[in-house]
Design a protein. Structure first.
Length: 397
């Protein structure tokens, strides 16, 4: 495909930009002590701390804590920490060892690692392959606890019952030469990049663009927002919505009312055999991550099915998406499919390659069933519409 913008529905997901809590305090303490022994326990023993810098952007430090008895008969398992990403953790349930070849999947990041163990078991030379097919060097050293990088403490969460507004907010027109689109939380900062007023409304109120009616001709003008809430702590995704609602009211003068209209929609249900997604290990207060490394390559963490449906209707589908799964857990998963030309209209649309690839991933509807255990079907439903009564260009900073 000719373009692969990173559109992030809720918070930044690129490895260098992942923010938010990793493990809970008790889990973190356990992780710090689980590999207390020296790494040179025995020839060929992989247990302990492995760390190195991923060659991505300006370099991203990675720490992996390895223990024995992985899933599906694997000799090892582990936990990967993004040291420069707020200490966010990714479970490695199965670390495969074949001679000196070491490999494992990093499912929450939509990536995989392949490397070669040195004869003295002190180093692994390898690389991480991302979901978009790009590879980035990651060479790991086997180190003791007193040398291992400290896992950052997660930022303190904003009180769950807080209803924040912006204390400070900067709004400026987006750089037209900057690709992609971004909603993110970095510590206490709430940022958006290349977001149109339509994007802000659909995100803030959980809508599909077709649900927004009576907007002015300049509804698609793009702006960057950067603000700090008036309540201490890192906001959750629902609190980020409240903050964007505040920005729309105070800086764009938004006034609106709701109406109910029947319209075509997609319903998401559980397929025969049940869901195939992994329940997240993140706390509920951690940000919801919904991001694309390429069109049709989706990585999701700490998301409810409602979050997933909102992300799909906001970025992919040409109609509203309704959650009818009845599932209440939060999940981590990747979803890979070949889009059709009705999808990704908000990103400029998907253009099929001139020559069909026989090894291309399946359609979205097949991928949902095979990879996630979900179904998506077209239906008719009464849908809430968002009628704009007043909107103005942003006031000065």
């Amino acid at each position: 495909m000719t373009r692969a913008p990173a559109w992030i529905g809720w918070v930044a997901l690129a490895i260098g930009a992942v923010q938010g809590p990793g493990l809970s305090g008790s889990q973190r303490a356990a992780a710090q002590t689980q590999s207390a022994a020296s790494p040179a326990q025995a020839a060929g023993d992989l247990t302990g701390n492995w760390q190195g810098t991923l060659a991505l952007g300006n370099g991203q430090r990675v720490l992996i804590k390895v223990t024995k008895e992985g899933a599906q008969g694997a000799a090892y398992k582990g936990t990967l920490y993004l040291i420069d990403g707020g200490g966010r953790a990714a479970a490695l349930p199965s670390i495969a060892v074949h001679g000196t070849d070491i490999s494992f999947a990093i499912a929450p990041l939509g990536a995989s690692f392949d490397g070669t163990l040195s004869p003295d078991s002190a180093k692994i030379s390898g690389s991480v392959k991302m979901a978009d097919g790009s590879s980035h060097a990651l060479n790991l050293d086997h180190v003791s606890n007193d040398v291992a990088w400290a896992i950052p403490e997660p930022p303190k969460a904003m009180p769950a019952d807080a209803k924040p507004k912006f204390d400070v907010l900067t709004v400026k027109p987006s750089d037209p030469n900057r690709p992609g689109k971004l909603f993110t939380i970095r510590g206490r900062h709430v940022l958006t990049i290349n977001t149109s007023i339509s994007d802000l409304i659909t995100f803030a109120y959980g809508l599909h663009p077709k649900q927004v009616v009576n907007g002015p001709a300049w509804l698609d003008e793009k702006y960057d927002l950067d603000g700090v809430p008036d309540v201490d702590g890192q906001p959750s995704t629902p609190q980020m919505r409240l903050l964007i609602q505040d920005a729309l009211a105070t800086r764009f003068g938004l006034k609106f009312h709701h109406d109910q209209r029947e319209m075509a929609a997609f319903a998401v249900t559980v397929a025969k055999g049940g869901p195939k997604m992994t329940v997240t290990g993140d706390p509920p207060s951690a940000p919801v991550n919904f991001g694309f490394t390429a069109l049709g390559r989706l990585r999701v963490t700490n998301a409810t099915m409602q979050n997933f449906c909102e992300g799909m209707q906001g970025a992919v589908m040409d109609k509203p998406v309704v959650d009818q799964t009845g599932l209440t857990d939060r999940y981590d998963f990747t979803l890979t499919w070949t889009p059709d030309e009705s999808q990704f209209a908000v990103l400029g649309g998907y253009k099929a390659p001139a020559q069909e690839d026989p090894n291309a991933p399946p359609s979205l509807y097949t991928a949902l069933q095979e990879q996630l255990g979900l179904k998506m079907e077209s239906t008719k439903a009464m849908v809430d519409t968002f009628v704009i009564d007043h909107l103005e260009k942003p006031s000065a900073n």
